[in-house]
Design a binder for this molecule. Structure first.
Ligand SMILES: Nc1nc2c(c(=O)[nH]1)N[C@H]1C(S)=C(S)[C@@H](COP(=O)(O)OP(=O)(O)OC[C@H]3O[C@@H](n4cnc5c(=O)[nH]c(N)nc54)[C@H](O)[C@@H]3O)O[C@H]1N2
Ligand SMILES: Nc1nc2c(c(=O)[nH]1)N[C@H]1C(S)=C(S)[C@@H](COP(=O)(O)OP(=O)(O)OC[C@H]3O[C@@H](n4cnc5c(=O)[nH]c(N)nc54)[C@H](O)[C@@H]3O)O[C@H]1N2
Ligand code: SF4
Ligand SMILES: [Mo]
Length: 708
């Protein structure tokens, strides 16, 4: 790797588009300039407001620059030395595991971590802690689409084609994605006729030819209805189905009773609009179906995505250039984060932890006995729910997540975190979760480190170090290596990203996500390499499905699915649907973006969006403070009245504490994805909003044992 110098070509710290950018200047006291790169196809010279302002946390005074710990339980967080912090953590881990067994200590990772960090964290859990209890926030993000894609195609790569292929499509159906807010430069790739399914008329829906204003939690019925229409109107691609798929007969039978009028009754989408959507897709030369979190974050997210994959297969789209099905992956390394072993049931290379051959391969790379490797652990919400309970973990190490704000039923999750004997958080800001920790470990940020990130296309990119980190912070790799050493397992843990990446390449070799042919030099030369790339002279795989699907017979699988209602239906007590999602200015739990002045100015506080007719009925006007209550808790926010959202639905962004006190942790049976996108609520006016604003704005409050 080139020596550290100022002014580097790297990538944005936030979303999965991983826009290319240059970082120039100095962090310490100097000015930092961010400009977009033109050589990265995903953004091709564009950035969103979050990207332009991403430098502020590098230079600003809000970042952590020294480890913190509490001298006594319930006491304040105070600066300590690195040795003291790491000794404390290692000592507490040892005590807990001696008293309660290996699984008494758990790890919670993140989809924003580089491949190197995700890999080393998974290895640390299995080899140093020897715990089965590791999962990550990607469970809340990608897991439903991943499971559906694995089932249908034998491989989960968010977009199994370069993003620029989307621009070639004549028609695009976007189900539950709002890229105009969540990935603004994505819009340049949406050139064809756009159809959007969303309960709200979002910025993205406003660009669409056709907006299907679907009732929250009913996309599965919509998918079944669309497939019914496609088949009965003769649009099914018989040749493609015969040559490239299995299971069509069963899938056809599964939609036989989903005549359009029935689908309209369940989804609220008019029959004429459904017919038009099918016609636009089926008569286009090239067409794409894309899903976002709206379709996926449901307690039936896997089957919902499957319904749309079935539609794509019936129309003959996957594995054809300029056509296909894809999931719009979310976090910066949402794709890579799920390939290298921080998921409860996975080992590096997208291997399954209960597969003996996979265990043997990875154990050999790690120099351990396969029998030593733990089995699968709990999924993210189940893990958080078990913290501090009988038989559940008593210690938790968090790297790259802020579950106090972002987990479903967050009030309960906060109680579980408070019940732990040991909470350790590695972060560069004092997030709401870090504020509860016993030990906080300040870590380097994106522009201060090398590593690889795999974007939504499956393109492995190079995050380059542009700045020298401030003294007092350490990289996550160094933190993990330091802890492993203290636990007597230091061998095989490194603070050098390239060393870790070289080991990752070997560990992934022969797996579905094979990175063995990818090197830092190659990524730099080729502006990214698409996995799988099983050898250094292998060109990489931009379109893995062109010649066949990576299933045993080479065919994609139709999987028949059945509609079912959301886990919680509206009733007299909770008469409206709540759905949640994102705003352009804020990222996820807001831990980073709420600390950036320009972004805070753009979106200073949480709100509840409701339709004018509903607002009138409830006596609410814009700006009123309203209380939204579900069976899990209640939250207050300012009303925003308009006509964009359905009459029966209210929307809250989840970037502040509040929205997730309401959400339902009902899980998809396969992916264990929580139902972030639909639950039942009651809405009432509780003031003109003047007094209680401050209370909502989400100023981080410190202290252990705080209850929501
Ligand atoms: N600005 C910003 N950008 C981001 C992020 C961020 O936090 N902020 N996060 C990144 C990450 S990790 C992710 S996962 C992506 C997410 O990207 P998106 O999937 O685009 O984001 P969301 O806003 O969660 O959900 C998309 C839409 O789903 C709609 N929706 C809600 N319920 C339903 C439903 O039942 N059916 C359907 N069809 N639609 C529904 C919402 O109204 C919303 O407009 O964004 C990434 N980019
Ligand atoms: N209601 C509702 N809830 C949701 C969703 C929704 O649509 N609705 N979406 C879900 C989805 S898709 C996602 S992805 C999750 C995300 O939710 P979170 O997991 O909370 O995501 P972030 O806010 O990005 O948290 C990342 C934290 O790690 C820190 N961090 C960033 N990079 C690094 C790093 O490299 N190392 C370390 N140690 N720390 C780092 C950041 O400062 C921040 O505090 O939220 C989920 N929650
Ligand atoms: S779209 Fe995503 S990657 Fe691009 S600048 Fe915005 S946040 Fe960063
Ligand atoms: Mo996400």
């Amino acid at each position: 790797m080139a020596p550290v110098h100022l002014g580097e070509a790297t990538h944005c710290p936030y979303c999965a588009l991983q826009c290319g950018m240059y970082v120039r200047g100095e962090a310490a006291g100097g000015t930092l300039t961010i400009t977009p790169r033109h050589d990265i196809p995903a953004n091709g010279g564009g950035l969103c407001q979050k990207g332009w302002t991403a430098g502020e946390l590098l230079t600003g005074g809000v970042r952590l620059t020294t480890p913190l710990a509490r001298a006594r339980r319930g006491g304040p967080l105070e600066p300590v030395s690195w040795d003291e912090a790491l000794d404390r953590v290692a000592g507490a881990v040892r005590d807990l595991q001696t008293a309660h067994g290996r699984d008494a200590v758990a790890v919670f990772g993140g989809g924003g971590l580089t491949n190197e960090k995700a890999y080393q964290l998974g290895k640390f859990a299995r080899v140093a802690l020897r715990t089965s209890q590791i999962d990550y926030n990607g469970r809340f993000c990608m897991s439903s689409a991943a499971a559906a894609a694995n089932r249908a195609f034998g491989m989960d790569r968010g977009l199994p084609f370069p993003i620029t292929d989307i621009a070639e499509a004549d028609a695009v159906l976007m189900v539950g994605g709002n890229v105009a807010e969540t990935m603004p430069p994505f819009l340049r790739h949406l050139r064809g006729t756009l159809i959007v399914a969303d309960p709200r008329e979002t910025r993205t829906a406003r660009q669409a030819r056709l907006h299907l204003k679907v009732t929250p939690g009913t996309d599965l019925a919509l998918g079944l209805g669309l497939l019914h229409i496609a088949i009965t109107e003769g649009y099914a691609d018989r040749d493609y189905i015969a040559a490239r798929t299995t299971g069509f007969t069963e899938a056809r039978a599964s939609v036989a009773a989903w005549w359009p009028e029935r689908a309209e009754r369940v989804t609220g989408v008019p029959v004429a609009a459904m017919r038009e959507a099918v016609r636009l897709l089926a008569t286009a030369d090239r067409a794409m179906i894309l899903t976002g979190r709206g379709a996926e974050q449901q307690s039936k997210g896997v089957d919902t995505v499957t319904a749309f994959i079935n539609l794509a297969l019936a129309l003959g789209l996957p594995g054809r250039e300029g056509s296909g099905y894809g999931c719009v992956t979310g976090q910066g390394n949402g794709q890579g984060g799920r390939e290298h072993g921080q998921k409860a049931d996975q080992l590096p290379g997208y291997r399954k932890i209960d597969d003996p051959a996979a265990r043997a391969h990875v154990a050999a790379v790690w120099g351990v006995d396969p029998a030593e490797l733990p089995g699968p652990g709990r999924s993210a919400y189940e893990l958080l729910d078990a913290l501090g309970t009988d038989g559940g973990p008593r210690g938790l190490l968090v790297f790259g997540s802020n579950p106090v704000v972002s987990a479903p039923r967050a009030g309960h999750v906060t109680e579980r975190l408070a019940a732990l004997d040991l909470l350790v958080v590695s972060d560069f800001v004092l997030s709401e979760t870090a504020a509860m920790a016993d030990v906080v470990l300040p870590t380097t940020q994106w522009a201060e480190e090398h590593g690889t990130m795999t974007n939504l296309e499956g393109r492995v990119l190079l995050r380059r170090q542009a700045l020298t980190p401030p003294p007092g912070v350490r990289s996550d790799l160094a933190i993990v290596a330091g802890l492993a050493t203290r636990l007597g397992r230091g061998e095989g843990f490194s603070d050098d990203p390239r060393t870790v990446f070289d080991e990752l390449r070997r560990a992934s070799a022969g797996g579905v996500a094979d990175y063995s042919g990818i090197t830092y030099e190659r990524i730099a030369r080729e502006t990214g390499v698409f996995w799988p790339a099983p050898a250094e002279d292998h060109p990489g795989t931009p379109r893995p499905f062109l010649d066949g699907f990576p299933t045993p017979g080479g065919r994609a699988r139709f999987v028949p699915v059945e509609h079912r209602p959301p886990a919680e239906e509206i009733d007299d007590d909770y008469p409206y649907y709540l759905t949640t999602g994102r705003l352009l200015a804020h990222y996820q739990s807001g831990a980073q973006t709420r600390r950036i002045a320009a972004l805070n100015e753009a979106a200073p506080e949480p709100y509840v969006e409701l339709h004018a007719d509903l607002a009138e009925r409830l006596g609410i006007v814009s700006g009123d403070l309203v209380r939204v209550t579900s069976r899990r808790g209640s939250a207050k926010a300012a009303a925003r009245v308009g006509r964009a959202v359905r009459h029966d639905t209210v929307f809250m962004p989840f970037h502040w504490e509040g929205a997730n006190r309401l959400t339902n942790p009902a899980l998809d049976p396969t992916s264990r994805m929580p139902e972030f996108k639909v639950c039942a609520v009651r809405v009432e006016r509780c003031g003109d909003g003047a007094d209680e604003r401050d209370e909502m704005a989400g100023t981080p409050r410190a202290g252990r044992g705080r209850q929501a």
